[in-house]
Design a protein around this ligand. Structure first.
Ligand SMILES: *[C@@H]1O[C@H](CO)[C@@H](O)[C@H](O)[C@H]1NC(C)=O
Ligand SMILES: *[C@@H]1O[C@H](CO)[C@@H](O)[C@H](O)[C@H]1NC(C)=O
Ligand SMILES: *[C@@H]1O[C@H](CO)[C@@H](O)[C@H](O)[C@H]1NC(C)=O
Ligand SMILES: *[C@@H]1O[C@H](CO)[C@@H](O)[C@H](O)[C@H]1NC(C)=O
Ligand SMILES: *[C@@H]1O[C@H](CO)[C@@H](O)[C@H](O)[C@H]1NC(C)=O
Ligand SMILES: *[C@@H]1O[C@H](CO)[C@@H](O)[C@H](O)[C@H]1NC(C)=O
Ligand SMILES: *[C@@H]1O[C@H](CO)[C@@H](O)[C@H](O)[C@H]1NC(C)=O
Ligand SMILES: *[C@@H]1O[C@H](CO)[C@@H](O)[C@H](O)[C@H]1NC(C)=O
Ligand SMILES: *[C@@H]1O[C@H](CO)[C@@H](O)[C@H](O)[C@H]1NC(C)=O
Ligand SMILES: *[C@@H]1O[C@H](CO)[C@@H](O)[C@H](O)[C@H]1NC(C)=O
Ligand SMILES: *[C@@H]1O[C@H](CO)[C@@H](O)[C@H](O)[C@H]1NC(C)=O
Ligand SMILES: *[C@@H]1O[C@H](CO)[C@@H](O)[C@H](O)[C@H]1NC(C)=O
Length: 676
């Protein structure tokens, strides 16, 4: 009879590949041509659970589409008809009473009648009591983790222990199945399935009752229908990645949240998002469900948070917590907004703001209190901050926010790090670190500065955003004491005190000036002599002038090392150099040598004197003296005989080295150029 059913669903059946086209068509053809009446399937009768007082339903299939078909359901027991019911439906509801006994074997069949054409279905022999067919199972919950899938299933109506078949497959693969029995008298049926960790699955179940009577075992029990096929994604491992931006309005902020979907294999079967959010500080957080991956809301100026969880068929991701910080805390109240009118739906929020920045974990809120009420409640001398929120036509707004003190005190300490910079004989800069908010203990209004010295005290007031001050009109060589204190409404706090001394004008300047002056004079002198000497020297000697080169770095390195040897070695150097000149085949006149020698001696005697006095500052020489600062070093360098020879061979080097290494030549060239 199954074949007939197939005829009606031919295309469907073929599509499912349950039989080949020719086979199916042949069966249909035989059936239809053999008789004028195609019988229905044999009726299937069952009750919805194993309960003893359940009624029965009988159902059958008829693939004919003729009108006015009448069916007669026959139930025959022993020698008599128990029941003979006519209906035009393809099912019949049977009351328990109609059946009499349900523990005996009975024969059931359906006669189909169109006009005076009748045919009977095959007969089925059943014991009614055995015929319990459960509703199809329902998966009420799935959790998956580490390849383990826990399924919870709705219990059958009678809460009995039942037999399940579960089948599962990776998409596109073969079904696998397993049979299991559940416990009696539990709240839910439960099953644990082992799966591959990273694959998406499909799962289906059906169930049947366990045999109610020994006689039932011979009979094939009725399976429920397959449950709806469900897709089993893999668990969502990461919290959703959330992007948000806020736009600030005059009294509220619009927040736009956006987040990314989990990867495809985690999204199978659909993902929903659970948002938990605090946007109205006086209420518990609100829980919202979102299908879309965007969410817009409006929040107050106070800190708000949103936690987002992605939930799929088998579980939830870890939550992603987004904290939207409060707008920047103000340092001062624009104007005191201790508004006492009670507006509808207000929310006052306040907390300690000890350092002026950090909001504590716990904040106070009240729907009844107003600013005036809390102003005297909070701890004295500690900065607090309040927000006054209102709810207006469904949006949340902040109408006021301010720092406040219950009572102001004087600062607990003066500014730290009082330091002096750029101290000259008549001025100095004093700088300090502003007093931290914790230590202000009130609204800092001014810094007070006292400068005492020379039996005179001056006093200044500075705005609190300043952290340095230029002290003028000082006396040279005097010592001063500077005291700085912060002032609040309650008065001035303790002083931070520091001293400094101005340098004495005469000693300091005269020494420096002397040095600079003498060095400059020397420089000038040497330039003059050098230019004179070399103009002569050059006119005779120019083409053959050797241009020894000493690596600049070496010269500088030696510069400091061997200062003490100067006096002696200088002579050698100069002499050596002169010797080199003399070695040249061309004419080096004795005059020139003498002049050079004199020149070298003059310079170094002068410098040595200064060095011995310990006055000459080399750096000041660098800045002013005409000769190259590394001059002495080079001269010493040349005293080394090995280096001297090297000098001669390394004639052609780069220009820069040339300049540094051979002071005399360079200067001469420049002198010449200028003199033309
Ligand atoms: C069994 O359940 C089905 C569907 O839930 C219902 O249509 C039918 O009438 C029920 N049968 C009995 C005998 O209660
Ligand atoms: C019953 O069948 C006969 C032939 O088998 C036919 O002549 C007659 O008209 C049918 N009666 C009805 C009521 O259709
Ligand atoms: C169908 O069954 C009924 C009842 O047993 C019988 O009267 C009838 O003749 C049968 N019809 C056919 C076509 O066998
Ligand atoms: C599945 O159930 C077992 C037993 O109740 C439990 O130990 C396990 O943690 C559960 N696994 C998941 C992923 O829920
Ligand atoms: C089955 O269990 C549920 C809940 O445990 C209960 O409400 C219901 O009455 C029970 N049904 C039967 C037939 O025991
Ligand atoms: C379960 O699988 C076996 C083979 O593994 C198969 O023969 C049987 O028909 C399957 N049962 C169901 C209910 O799919
Ligand atoms: C959000 O979801 C609704 C339906 O719930 C849909 O009409 C709308 O287009 C979605 N918006 C976005 C941005 O996906
Ligand atoms: C000291 O003077 C220099 C140069 O005039 C200036 O750049 C610097 O800021 C001054 N330091 C302070 C602390 O005022
Ligand atoms: C004290 O200092 C102020 C400002 O520098 C100056 O005008 C005044 O003459 C000084 N008084 C004495 C006694 O030095
Ligand atoms: C301090 O504030 C005043 C006025 O608001 C401003 O003119 C001044 O430049 C500020 N000083 C500093 C160092 O920021
Ligand atoms: C700070 O120092 C000044 C000057 O020395 C003095 O007048 C003032 O009283 C001091 N303030 C405190 C709080 O000691
Ligand atoms: C050195 O310089 C001279 C002329 O200045 C040039 O003729 C000679 O080729 C150069 N030698 C080297 C090695 O560069």
């Amino acid at each position: 009879m199954i074949e007939i059913e197939w005829c009606g669903q031919l295309s469907h059946v073929i599509a499912q590949g349950r039989c080949a086209l020719q086979q199916c068509a042949a069966v249909c053809l035989i059936m239809i041509t053999a008789t004028g009446c195609i019988p229905t399937t044999s009726p299937q009768c069952y009750k919805n659970s194993t309960g003893p007082s359940e009624d029965f339903t009988c159902r059958w299939e008829d693939r004919n589409i003729e009108q006015n078909t009448m069916y007669t359901l026959y139930i025959f027991e022993g020698k008599t008809f128990v029941l003979q019911e006519k209906t035009n439906q393809k099912e019949k509801y049977l009351c328990l009473e109609q059946l009499g006994t349900i523990y005996k074997n009975m024969e059931i069949w359906v006669q189909r009648q169109v006009g005076n054409l009748t045919c009977n279905s095959t007969k089925n022999s059943v014991i009614f009591e055995c015929l319990a067919k459960y509703s199809k199972p329902q998966i009420t919950g799935m959790t998956r983790s580490d390849g383990i899938l826990n399924l919870t299933l709705s219990k059958p109506k009678d809460n009995k222990s039942v037999i399940y078949v579960i089948r599962w497959r990776e998409i596109g693969a073969e079904w696998q199945n397993e049979t299991f029995e559940t416990e009696e008298s539990t709240f839910q049926d439960f099953y644990t399935l082992r799966l591959q960790k990273q694959a998406v699955y499909q799962v289906q179940l059906m169930r049947q009752s366990k045999p109610l009577l020994p006689a039932c075992e011979s009979q094939q029990a009725l399976w429920s229908d397959w449950s709806i096929m469900v897709d089993v994604p893999i668990e969502i491992r990461l919290p959703p990645k959330v992007h948000w931006k806020e736009t600030q309005n005059t009294q509220s902020r619009d927040v736009h949240l956006m987040w990314d979907a989990p990867p495809a294999e985690e999204s199978v079967g659909g993902v929903t998002y659970i948002l938990n959010m605090s946007h109205w500080p006086c209420h518990k957080p609100k829980t919202l469900k979102a299908v879309n991956r965007t969410f817009n809301t409006s929040i107050t100026f106070s800190e708000a948070w949103v936690s987002i969880i992605a939930r799929n068929q088998v579980g939830s991701s870890p939550p992603q917590l987004i904290t939207i910080p409060a707008v920047k805390h103000l340092n001062h109240c624009p104007k005191h907004q201790g508004n006492s009118n009670k507006i509808e739906k207000t929310c006052l929020e306040w907390y300690k703001l000890e350092d002026g920045e950090t909001r504590p974990q716990a904040v106070n809120t009240s729907r009844k209190k107003m600013v005036n009420d809390i102003e005297n409640e909070v701890e004295n001398f500690v900065r607090h901050y309040y927000f006054l929120h209102i709810r207006k036509s469904g949006t949340y707004q902040t109408v006021a926010m301010c720092p406040f003190y219950s009572q102001e005190g004087v600062p607990s300490k003066g500014p730290d790090n009082v330091l002096f910079f750029n101290v000259t004989h008549e001025s100095a800069v004093v700088s300090w670190l502003s007093i931290p908010v914790e230590n202000q203990r009130g609204f800092l209004q001014q810094y007070l500065i006292w400068i005492s010295g020379q039996e005179n005290t001056t006093h200044h007031r500075l705005p609190t955003n300043e952290t340095s001050f230029l002290i003028k009109n000082l006396h040279p060589g005097a010592s001063y004491t500077v005291s700085i204190a912060g002032r609040t409404n309650a008065g001035e706090g303790p002083n931070s005190t520091a001293n400094f001394e101005t340098p004495s004008i005469r000693t300091a300047l005269s020494q420096q000036d002397q040095t600079i002056l003498s060095v400059c004079v020397l420089g000038l002198l040497c330039t003059l002599i050098c230019s004179v000497v070399f103009r002569r020297f050059r006119s005779k000697l120019l083409p053959a002038v050797p241009s020894p080169v000493i690596p600049a770095t070496k010269s500088i390195f030696r510069h400091d090392e061997s200062l003490s040897q100067q006096t002696e070695e200088v002579h050698e150097v100069v002499l050596l150099q002169l010797q080199e000149h003399n070695k040249q085949p061309q004419n080096t006149t004795p005059e020139q040598s003498t002049l050079l020698q004199d020149f070298g001696l003059v310079i170094f005697e002068e410098e040595d004197e200064e060095d011995e006095e310990g006055v000459t500052d080399l750096s000041s020489m660098k800045s002013c003296c005409y000769p190259n600062p590394s001059y002495r070093g080079q001269m010493l360098h040349m005293s080394d005989p090995i280096h001297t020879t090297e000098i001669i061979f390394k004639e052609n080097d780069t220009e820069s080295t040339y300049r540094n290494g051979m002071f005399f030549d360079t200067r001469v060239v420049e002198c010449d150029e200028t003199s033309f």
